[in-house]
Design a protein around this ligand. Structure first.
Ligand SMILES: [Zn+2]
Ligand SMILES: [Zn+2]
Length: 267
């Protein structure tokens, strides 16, 4: 069966992704209300009962809003590194001791036959990470909420069959937008969010024969649009001499208000 996944919701209003294989189902972040997560899972013919655990990328509320509630409702273990636990301790509320699992950001973990490899990213949080998932020769890479794509991140996610990569903002739209200057500077900075151009630059380097699709994720609703993001990413890649046909490589949408259809990596 291999790996399949669905991005339940993506963007600054809330992030959550389901990744599964034949014996394990994991939720990556729970940044929406527990009720909304239940609804989104139901639309995929799933429920919280099907989930084996929740992996956390970092403590920002758009990633942990429903974390405590979902974990309590379905008695799920939460996996996060120590600094993230410290930073989110208050906001998650009471979690049973056996469900508080401390991850090492440099260590691989096996959940049945689903292997999880965290990797550090640059973002203004305590110890933010992205995750790669492996099953046999399949690989899924998820990297959102990062100021830039470091060599380490490239190394971690390269060779993924499918990537979920942040394309947060159009730089011009952000510059012209209504955010205060400090906020703009934070978003544009090394510990902020990835622009469409930066996503395109990263994909130009990452695009190998292995990678068939990239989902553009965590789009700003104020300073981006999906069509613009896709166009900018493609233009940037072409500027970098990286041309591709739709049959070889595809840019895919994510949504803030609905989930992406199940993606089987090997399809
Ligand atoms: Zn976020
Ligand atoms: Zn964040």
């Amino acid at each position: 069966m291999g790996i399949s996944f669905s991005v339940l919701s993506s963007g600054s209003t809330g992030n959550a992704t389901v990744v599964r294989n034949e014996n394990t189902t994991l939720l990556i972040d729970a940044g929406l209300s527990a009720r909304r997560i239940d609804e989104l899972l139901k639309e995929l013919d799933m429920s919280g009962e099907d989930i084996d655990g929740i992996l956390v990328t970092h403590e920002h509320s758009d990633h942990i809003k429903g974390l405590g509630a979902v974990a309590r409702k379905y008695d799920l273990p939460i996996y996060a590194n120590e600094k993230t636990w410290e930073a989110m301790n208050k906001s998650v509320g009471k979690i049973a001791e056996e469900n508080r699992i401390v991850l090492d950001s440099h260590e691989v973990m096996d959940f049945g036959t689903l292997r999880v490899e965290p990797f550090e990213i640059s973002h203004d949080a305590a110890e933010p990470v992205g995750y790669c998932f492996y099953d046999g020769d399949e690989k899924l890479g998820i990297a959102t909420d990062l100021g830039y794509v470091s060599d380490k991140v490239k190394k971690a996610i390269e060779g993924s069959d499918v990537l979920v990569l942040e394309a947060n903002h159009d730089i011009e739209m952000l510059r012209m937008g209504r955010y205060p200057w400090n906020t703009k500077r934070r978003i544009l900075g090394d510990k902020g969010h990835l622009s469409n151009v930066s996503a395109g630059d990263a994909l130009s380097e990452l695009l190998t024969g292995d990678t068939k699709r990239a989902y553009l994720a965590h789009l700003s609703r104020d300073h981006n649009m999906m069509d613009l993001a896709k166009m900018t990413v493609r233009d940037t890649m072409e500027d970098n001499g990286c041309f591709f046909k739709e049959s070889e490589f595809k840019l895919c949408d994510t949504y803030y208000d609905r989930s992406t259809p199940w993606d089987w990596l090997k399809d």
